[in-house]
Write a protein that binds this ligand. Structure first.
Ligand SMILES: Nc1nc2c(ncn2[C@@H]2O[C@H](COP(=O)(O)OP(=O)(O)OP(=O)(O)O)[C@@H](O)[C@H]2O)c(=O)[nH]1
Length: 319
């Protein structure tokens, strides 16, 4: 558990004491914000890869790690905060909301992302979920789109009244210098302790997870708002096979699990066209991400009511 990895006051383990002497820092960072403010863009830029990597470690079982960046003396571990759904009360939803509160409840620092110069009711709702005892950095993103720069100073001042933010960072996720500056600022909020991951860690498990995320992304891209968020993707097979023609060959089988026959038809599309596009695009992207030739099979299964079944929700990897 995470708690075990954190030395309590006065009970610093020998290895942590050594790490502290060496000045290693390591900690959890959550990125939160309403849709479309640039969270994914920011995360990918902070991690320094096109797609954020994922893996699970004993000390972070409460979190889904979406990215790790090791820079100089510091390891920044980014955790996922699944969407803030409030509309439905299914088991899946409860578990997602628990994950949100769990994820932001014990991180070291939170990056609260808004669009520079703007603060809406939706932003306020996200902000209201943050506990006062965790430092929150206000990331005023998309500064490059603000033409009236003079208005930013009074806006920042008004933001000071909304929450006791630890820092204010007007920036653009698309600007490399800003990203490094943000890491410099966030570093101060991570405790001195030894790193949890190897400097270049990318496990098989994370690659497998990446495969499910890629299929999921294509699934939702091609079905738009039609498909309920309760649909999920399970990876049934993820094997590396020897190949003479390719330096790396991966055989992957994925199942899209939907709730109703109607959803299945929606995913498959007329004459199987949509499913074909989903798998083709997912395969092309996975070939780049895994640097391998990929053989990808995608199936669609109906599992009626699975979102209401707590045990099954757990078996799909939500806690
Ligand atoms: N001009 C500009 N556009 C940005 C910046 N950061 C993100 N964007 C754009 O804003 C849009 C939304 O970015 P995302 O990273 O997908 O936003 P998100 O918050 O992850 O969105 P959700 O997944 O819906 O929660 C994309 O078109 C980005 O390219 C920025 O600093 N400047």
């Amino acid at each position: 558990m995470l708690a075990a990895a954190r030395p309590g006051a006065g009970a610093m383990a020998a290895s942590d004491a050594a790490a502290a002497r060496e000045g290693q820092r390591c900690g959890l960072i959550a990125i939160v914000g309403k849709p479309n403010v640039g969270k994914s863009t920011l995360m990918n830029a902070l991690v320094g890869q096109k797609i954020s990597i994922t893996s699970r470690k004993a000390q972070t079982t409460r979190h889904r790690i979406t990215g790790i960046r090791t820079r100089a003396d510091t390891q920044f571990v980014f955790v996922d905060t699944p969407g803030f759904q409030t509309r439905h009360g299914t088991a899946l939803n409860k578990s997602l909301n628990k994950a949100v509160l769990g994820a932001i409840g014990d991180v070291d620092v939170i990056l609260f992302v808004v669009e520079a110069g703007s603060f809406t009711l939706q932003d306020a709702k996200v902000l209201s979920l943050l506990k006062p005892d965790i430092p929150v950095l206000l990331v005023a993103n998309k500064l490059d789109t603000v033409h009236r720069r003079a208005e930013i100073a009074p806006w920042l001042k008004s933001m000071q009244e909304r929450h006791p933010f630890a820092e204010f960072v007007p920036m653009s996720a698309k600007n490399k210098g800003d990203i490094e500056r943000l890491l410099d600022i966030a570093r101060k909020y991570l405790p001195e302790q030894s790193w949890w991951y190897a400097e270049d860690e990318l496990t098989d498990r994370s690659e497998k997870f990446l495969a499910s995320e890629t299929v999921r992304e294509k699934l939702f891209r091609f079905t738009g708002d039609e498909l309920p968020y309760t649909s999920t993707v399970v990876i049934d097979k993820f094997d590396e096979e020897p190949s003479k023609a390719h330096k790396r060959f991966m055989r992957i089988a994925a199942t899209i699990v939907v709730e109703r026959d109607g959803h299945k038809a929606m995913v498959i599309g007329e004459g199987g066209e949509r499913l074909k596009r989903i798998s083709t695009e997912a395969r092309q992207e996975l070939e780049k991400l895994l640097d391998a030739k990929v053989f990808l099979e995608v199936w669609v299964k109906v599992r009626s009511g699975w979102a209401d079944d707590e045990a099954r929700v757990r078996s799909f990897g939500y806690e």
